[in-house]
Design a protein around this ligand. Structure first.
Ligand code: HXC
Ligand code: NAP
Length: 282
């Protein structure tokens, strides 16, 4: 789909880059020639992923960093600059989430998710943004989700935090454009990952099957589809896209939003009968 050198010699930081969608995007970036810094709390996990990514012939640093801690974030950014001399792209992908009735949430339960998703995104953006400003340019790509604007029951901390990240995306797209920094977001619908599925789709309730039925395209997303979208958005080819959030969900959220979409359950024969009745009346 892309020129093989699309991201050649770009330095890209990917938070939560050791697993799931972060790992898939990192893999595609490596195929396209980028040097990578992947971070998360578990050194063993990121070390293993880094080893896999190096098979593509690019440089990869694996740095332990809890995005909730601004000092750890600054250290991760400093190490990146020491190694590569610049940061071209920051991918804020790390997240924490769980399902819970809101009335059962403790203050710390709410705070934990908001600290990872919203504050963590801000700390990384602030530290990497300083380097980008000095280098006169960069791209910040934030991973949100569609309930950032619809809201969603049972994941209220995540919905509030992702809404904040979306607001940050749009705010900085304007404020930091003068520094040559583009700020964009992707809102994925359901993409199977161990991290998300184990926490959000408990087995035995048929949630995964119902999810597919709800999606107009009748399937979940494939990682490569998201990874290609991310590659395009962070590349110079997307140089005029700023402040946009691109949804990649098979039409899922619009299906829930459209007043009459449930009419798809009406069988063809019933439509025919209604049509016949209407014509007869005329
Ligand atoms: C209620 C819960 C809870 C649960 C934790 N807590 N799990 N409350 N229901 N299921 C509460 C705890 O009781 C505690 O509050 C507080 O949250 C912190 O819990 P810890 O376990 O100490 O936190 P920590 O070890 O920092 O782990 C953070 C985590 C965990 C978010 C809870 O799940 C994690 O590490 N997640 C990282 C990966 C992840 O979540 N991936 C999925 C992303 S999917 P108290 O009061 O007891 O101290 C995603 C998809 C979005 O975002 C869209 C899908 C369509
Ligand atoms: P995942 O594999 O669980 O990814 C989350 C990553 O964040 C993990 O690598 C985790 O690594 C890291 N992380 C968590 N807390 C952290 C912290 N405090 N500091 C640093 N890193 C931390 O789940 P995923 O499904 O790939 O999710 C990736 C992104 O996509 C998230 O932003 C998520 O909200 C978004 N998303 C996913 C879906 C989906 O269907 N999968 C849908 C919409 C949006 P450690 O545990 O090692 O720290």
């Amino acid at each position: 789909m892309f020129e093989s050198g699309l991201l050649k010699d770009k330095t890209i930081i990917i938070t939560g880059g050791g697993t799931g969608l972060g790992k898939s995007m990192a893999t595609r970036f490596a195929e396209l020639g980028a040097n990578l810094v992947i971070t998360s709390r578990r050194q063993k996990v990121i070390n293993e992923t880094a080893e896999e990514l190096r098979q593509h012939g690019v440089k990869v640093l694996a740095i332990t960093c809890d995005v909730r801690d601004p000092d750890q974030v600054q250290n991760m950014v400093d190490q990146t600059v020491n190694e590569f001399g610049k940061i071209d792209i920051l991918l804020n992908n790390a997240a924490g989430n769980f399902i819970s009735p809101t009335e059962d949430l403790s203050p710390n339960g709410f705070k934990t998710v908001v600290d990872i998703v919203l504050n963590g995104t801000f700390f990384c953006t602030q530290a990497a943004g300083k380097v980008m400003r000095e280098n006169k340019g960069g791209v910040i790509l934030n991973i949100v989700t569609t309930y950032a604007w619809t809201g969603s029951g049972y994941v209220v901390p995540s919905a509030c935090a992702k809404a904040g990240v979306l607001a940050m995306t749009r705010s900085l797209a304007v404020e930091w454009a003068k520094y040559g920094i583009r700020t964009v977001a992707i809102a994925p619908g359901p993409f199977p990952t161990k991290g998300a599925w184990s926490r959000l789709a408990p087995p035995g309730l048929g949630i995964q099957k119902k999810m597919k039925e709800r999606i107009p395209l009748k399937r979940v997303g494939e990682h490569i589809e998201l990874a290609n979208l991310a590659s395009y958005l962070v590349s110079d080819q997307a140089g005029y896209i700023n402040g946009e959030v691109v949804t990649i969900d098979g039409g899922e959220w619009l299906k829930g939003a459209g007043e009459m979409n449930e009419l798809e359950r009406i069988p063809k024969v019933a439509w025919k009968l209604m049509q016949m009745k209407r014509k007869k009346k005329k």
